[in-house]
Design a binder for this molecule. Structure first.
Ligand code: PTJ
Length: 253
């Protein structure tokens, strides 16, 4: 771990970089994980490294959808496990969701390492392990098409942070409500998902847990109203507006 001063203006971002670099050395992450992280950092910088109003709106809708779900599943890849494994497990416990590993660059070694991260974060049941049964997800090829019969395969609502576009699209085509957390509002995943939270995973998950506590006592009709009134395309459009305002503001520099 590098010695980073808490007074450094990019302290939190540098801490996360260190965590990712360390996890890469330990073989938890895919070879391209740091590139994906860097893309996320660039968008986060443009978004002011804060949770913006459209993200808060999506967080509310996503939480309502998860509370309404019969079989909610939280899908975890390498980046998600390293950046926010504990928050994913805590959120799953809070809403009684299942946790399932799904890796784009799947190897038995990485699956075991991600499983270890989740178990040491307190997960008692992890699906998608190397020896687990699985059914292929229609419309997808390769290892990422693996879906646990009691997990993603039968889920009605799936949270897929930092997902690839093909898998998000395939899940939507199977009539599942797909919630993603992705800092890039232009990614295919962001555009194709049912509810897109354009925010950093590390900020969005604690806010989702706070929202669960807020919405837990609500009537189903109130939760349904929140979900039905949410317009993902409009919300992404509002995020893109924020980004363009950011650039206009900086024209003076
Ligand atoms: O562990 P694996 O094998 O499943 O591989 C995981 C990665 C992330 C490497 C793989 O799925 C991949 O290549 O993803 P992409 O296609 O690069 O997409 C990752 C998306 O996540 C990009 O749109 C990034 O902007 C976004 N992103 C990166 N870091 C964050 C993020 N979004 C939210 N919070 C972040 N911290």
């Amino acid at each position: 771990m590098n010695d980073i001063s808490p007074t450094h203006p990019r302290y939190h971002s540098l801490l996360l970089r260190d965590k990712m670099a360390q996890a890469y050395q330990e073989g938890i992450l895919a070879d391209t994980a740091l590139i994906a992280h860097g893309r996320g950092e660039a968008f986060d910088y443009i978004l002011g490294e804060k949770t913006n109003p459209p993200a808060n709106k999506a967080i509310e809708a996503a939480t309502a959808a998860l509370l309404l779900a019969k079989n909610p599943v939280l899908s975890v890849n390498g980046n998600t496990a390293v950046l926010a494994g504990e928050d994913m497990v805590n959120l799953a416990n809070l809403i009684q969701a299942k946790v399932e590993i799904n890796l784009f660059y799947r190897t038995p070694q990485r699956v075991m390492k991600v499983q270890e991260v989740l178990e040491s974060a307190g997960a008692t049941e992890v699906l998608g392990k190397e020896d687990d049964d699985y059914l292929p997800l229609e419309g997808l090829k390769g290892p990422r098409s693996r879906a646990h019969p009691n997990g993603v395969h039968q889920a009605d609502v799936v949270l897929v942070p930092l997902e690839d576009g093909d898998r998000a699209e395939a899940l939507v085509a199977l009539d599942k409500k797909v919630i993603t957390i992705d800092l890039n509002p232009l990614s295919r995943t962001a555009q194709k998902s049912s509810i897109t939270i354009v925010d950093n995973l590390v900020r969005a998950l604690p806010l989702m847990m706070a929202e669960v506590k807020k919405l837990k006592g609500c009537y189903r009709e109130d939760l349904e109203k929140i979900v039905n009134e949410f317009d993902n395309a409009e919300n992404i459009h509002n995020t893109l507006d924020l980004i363009s305002q950011h650039f206009k503001r900086d024209e003076r520099l």
